[in-house]
Design a protein around this ligand. Structure first.
Ligand code: HEC
Length: 109
């Protein structure tokens, strides 16, 4: 069993990094006009702040369907459009955003 783990783990790492890389490309193509990752600001929050304060599954859910979640996230109105991406692209961009800040506020509480 240990032998299989040693073989599988490097593959898993390669796959996870591929998702993050692809997620970065999804961000560049679809989110960067409103969400920065270098704190320069925009219509939406910088993704470093999002990464600190939100769980990955909530980030993905928000990206998929902002209208259904804007009140829960504390906004009084929804200005973010619903984007026509595939489930895989939403998952990957979620992986990317989640990877920006490994220490989350909700974990520190
Ligand atoms: C046209 C501008 C625009 C684009 C493009 C955009 N967003 Fe947003 N986003 C916003 C705005 C504005 C908000 C604030 C809430 C709202 O209006 O729904 C927001 C909120 C969010 C939130 C919640 C942030 C929080 O923690 O409160 C997430 C997550 C998010 N966006 C992800 C994405 C992802 C991922 C993409 C690209 C796939 C994207 N957004 C593209 C404008 C945009």
């Amino acid at each position: 069993m240990i032998k299989y783990g040693v073989i599988l783990i490097p593959f898993m790492i390669v796959f996870i990094q591929a998702d993050i890389k692809n997620g970065e490309a999804v961000h560049q193509a679809n989110c960067v006009t409103c969400h920065s990752t270098n704190m320069t600001g925009g219509l939406g929050k910088d993704f470093n702040l999002v990464s600190y304060t939100r769980r990955k599954k909530d980030i993905i859910q928000y990206a998929k369907d902002p209208y259904s979640l804007y009140k829960k996230f504390g906004y009084s109105a929804n200005a973010m459009p619903t984007l026509p991406l595939t489930d895989q692209e939403f998952e990957d961009v979620g992986d990317y955003i989640d990877s920006l800040q490994p220490f989350k506020k909700w974990m520190k509480r």
